[in-house]
Design a binder for this molecule. Sequence first.
Ligand SMILES: Cc1cc2nc3c(=O)[nH]c(=O)nc-3n(C[C@H](O)[C@H](O)[C@H](O)COP(=O)(O)O)c2cc1C
Length: 360
Amino acid sequence: MTSTPTDPANADFLALEEIHAAALRALPAEVAGYLESGAGTEQTLRANREAFTRWVIRPRPMSGVTAPDTSTQVLGIPLSLPVLTAPFGGDGLFAPDGHLAVARANAACGTASIVPEVGTFSYAEVAAAAPAAARIGQLHPYESFDSVAKRIRAAGYTALCVTVDCPVMGFRVRSRMSRFRPDPVVWSGNVVHDGTPNITETYGNRIVQSWTWDRLTEAAARQDLPWIAKGILTSEAAEQAIGAGASAILVSNHGGRQVDPAAASLDVLPGIVETVAGRVPVLLDSGVRTGADVFLALALGADAVVIGRLAAYGLAAAGEHGVRRTIELLTEELRTLMILAGTPDIPSVAPATVARRAPL
Ligand SMILES: Cc1cc2nc3c(=O)[nH]c(=O)nc-3n(C[C@H](O)[C@H](O)[C@H](O)COP(=O)(O)O)c2cc1C
């Protein structure tokens, strides 16, 4: 029997857009709205995609490259592809096994997960499902930071990812208008009732105490793990994050879900890469939808990219299989472009391989 993209269990998805379409067919309207929407009037959300259209790849005919090597590493974590999956909360809304499935798909592909604090499953559950992929635990700079970081370390993770752009949830107009209030269980995988205020209650009530870099410096120094500063959009913030001890920077506007209007991640990447000047790795997320986007981000100085919605589309379309096909298709597309651009490996995807699109 042949499978079709409408047979999710083993659908033979042949393009990422097929997975996106299948995800939108599978999800209830308000969940699709939660996934697809951004903050405010969604200018940042749109800008993230538009930024990728301002660059072109410079082909290199007759380069002799036939089997490009897409492997790399970030913070000592080996990756078959310079891609990690993002910490997206509420994952059980997209498929019952949420980030368990994402991590299993990553393990099968040789990539890795950044596992969210407000996910449906605990750090330990995701690590048990796929220890090879559950490498980075995301958390918020918040009162429970020490105890949450301790649980991440105890579950065997290699690094922390501290979300610095979310002292309060962005003003999410579409979710407000759809009265989107799912069962809190989808955010509660890491909620423990130990007397300290927990993240889901406090976010719900909008009473999170906003931290400073000084406070984060101290809290992060108490942990015995390298950490990524997630949500950097300016050179000043990159400098402050490095000053606070960050081991990597994630250039991100949270997929357009926080500040609106804000700069597209890709637009600010080259300036931040220049400021960072090789002191720590620089990652990018927000708006990555294709292998070409991965190529452009690497060429503009990212060491790896992080995929949020793209991974969630795979999850919603066909669970673990859908995420796995997403990563496989990203790999195939990136490899194709690396051959056409004559880049044999990831370090050779350098600024000289791209150019600004000529104005119309
Ligand atoms: C449904 C959804 C939930 C998210 N939840 C979180 C979260 O709990 N913590 C966090 O740091 N980022 C969260 N993000 C942001 C992602 O980690 C990432 O920055 C963003 O999705 C990247 O943009 P992209 O979706 O265009 O790839 C979420 C994103 C989405 C789409």
